[in-house]
Design a protein around this ligand. Structure first.
Ligand code: LLP
Length: 420
């Protein structure tokens, strides 16, 4: 183990990578996603404690990471699930989330997905359009079931985040907005197979102005809740969605997101009353920091104006930098173990995929790096593995769990057959 002595020899050793882990990685085929299960557990335990303290119900947003091991652990801690497709609903059920703790959102649910979710007995549909309410009601009638329906509202609140992950402004496709509220109320009152359960909001992701943005969301939610109650619909469930940001710049400084502020703001911000439940749906903040995409330097290339480090992980493994220009910290973890820390160099760190956007980071200052060095792309537990593709017919990068380090477990059940 990396005890104090080793920490003195290798001042760059950090929380995620000790000597044991790096030596283990040397024997594993790259690229792969490394999951630090201890960090996952401390993050999830923190959320469980706050959920109990504030009486706020948590549904993990399955879209962030669908690895069975991770979902089974999260469900075992008593959380519910937020799903946005029929397959996510089925997968969550198979990972032991009780159906009644599953909320089903999504702006475009197909008839088949609606039917399957009704049959599975999900706890609540978050409906995003008038037509969807109509179809859910009709389908519930066909199956002779009653279904709980919440309305996903577009609150017109700007989350101050990347425009691709902003969801609560009037320019976004999500939710039902003010001018249709009256029509929604009428429709719900006319639908005989659904029970109105409450309101659902989600204004965006990677929100870092936690205090300010979530207070705004709560203030707007209160207005809308009061309006619906004024129309005679009891709002027993107020779901504020997810969105808590994580620290991509300094994952070791802030391995656990600022859940304490989020819970405090939400708990104090929403008008509470007897029988009203508050829900949140964290995705990224639960799982982002516990994983790193581990890759190897294939080649070091000196261009006309730049030095390139070409890694064996590409944008098909993690699309966030190419898609959103997202920043992920990159570390040369082999260099940590070199006894005399070598000089530094500025590199453009790139992947092997035939696209110019396949860049991990331009102009990154790193230790002098050589072919074969192990590189860690940090904070990749959320929207990483789950958004990967087989572009260029590359294999899916498998998951490796810290709990299995005594014997490499190199293929995930979920993606296993997809590589064939
Ligand atoms: N609830 C709903 C209805 C959502 O649409 C989302 C995320 C969440 C909860 C979870 O939000 P979180 O706590 O993870 O911020 N692929 C993008 C993020 C897309 C988020 C989509 N919705 C990325 O890589 O940044």
């Amino acid at each position: 183990m990396a005890g104090n002595g080793l920490h003195r020899c290798f001042p760059d050793l950090n929380n995620m990578f000790d000597v044991n882990r790096i030596e283990f990685f040397e024997q594993v085929e790259t690229p792969f996603y490394f999951y630090d299960m201890d960090l996952l557990r401390s993050t999830v335990e923190k959320v469980a404690a706050l959920s109990a303290e504030y009486g706020i119900t948590v549904h993990y947003a399955v879209k962030a990471n669908v690895e069975r091991r991770i979902l089974e652990y999260i469900s075992s801690m008593g959380f519910g699930a937020d799903c946005v497709s029929g397959n996510e609903v089925m997968h969550a059920c198979s990972c032991r989330f009780p159906a009644e703790k599953i909320v089903f959102a999504g702006v475009g649910k197909s008839d088949r997905e609606i039917a399957e979710a009704i049959k599975a007995g999900v706890g609540m549909f978050n409906c995003e359009s008038l037509q969807e309410i109509f179809v859910v009601n009709a389908m519930a009638g066909r199956f002779g079931k009653r279904v709980n329906v919440s309305i996903r509202v577009n609150p017109g609140v700007d989350a101050h985040t990347h425009r691709y992950i902003t969801t609560g402004t009037y320019e976004n496709k999500f939710g039902i907005s003010d001018h249709e509220f009256s029509a929604a109320v009428e429709m719900i009152k006319r639908c005989g197979n659904i029970d109105f359960a409450g309101l659902h909001f989600h204004i965006g992701s990677q929100i870092t102005d936690v205090e300010e943005v979530f207070a705004l969301e709560c203030a707007r939610a209160n207005e809308i809740v009061d309006w619906f109650e004024g129309q005679g619909l009891k709002v027993d469930n107020v779901n504020l969605g997810g969105g808590l940001g994580v620290d991509y710049e300094d994952p070791d400084g802030n391995p656990v997101a600022d859940f304490a502020t989020w819970f405090r703001v939400v708990s104090g911000g929403i008008h509470r009353r007897e029988g009203r439940k508050i829900h949140i749906e964290p995705g990224r903040s639960m799982v982002a920091q516990c994983a790193s995409l581990i890759s190897r330097v294939l080649f070091v290339k000196t261009g006309e104006t730049k030095n390139f480090l070409i890694l064996d992980a590409g944008m098909n493994d993690l699309i966030r930098p190419a898609l959103y220009g997202a920043f992920h910290k990159i570390e040369n973890i082999s260099a940590i173990l070199r006894p005399n820390l070598p000089q530094s160099q500025v590199y453009d760190v790139v992947g092997p995929v035939c696209e110019s956007s396949d860049v991990w980071g331009a102009g990154r200052l790193l230790p002098l790096s050589v072919r074969g060095d192990l590189m860690a792309i940090r904070s990749t537990g959320a929207y990483g593995q789950v958004m990967s593709s087989r572009y260029n017919l590359r294999d899916f990068a498998p998951a490796v769990y810290s709990d299995d380090m005594h014997g490499a477990h190199l293929r995930t059940e979920y993606f296993d057959n997809l590589n064939n």
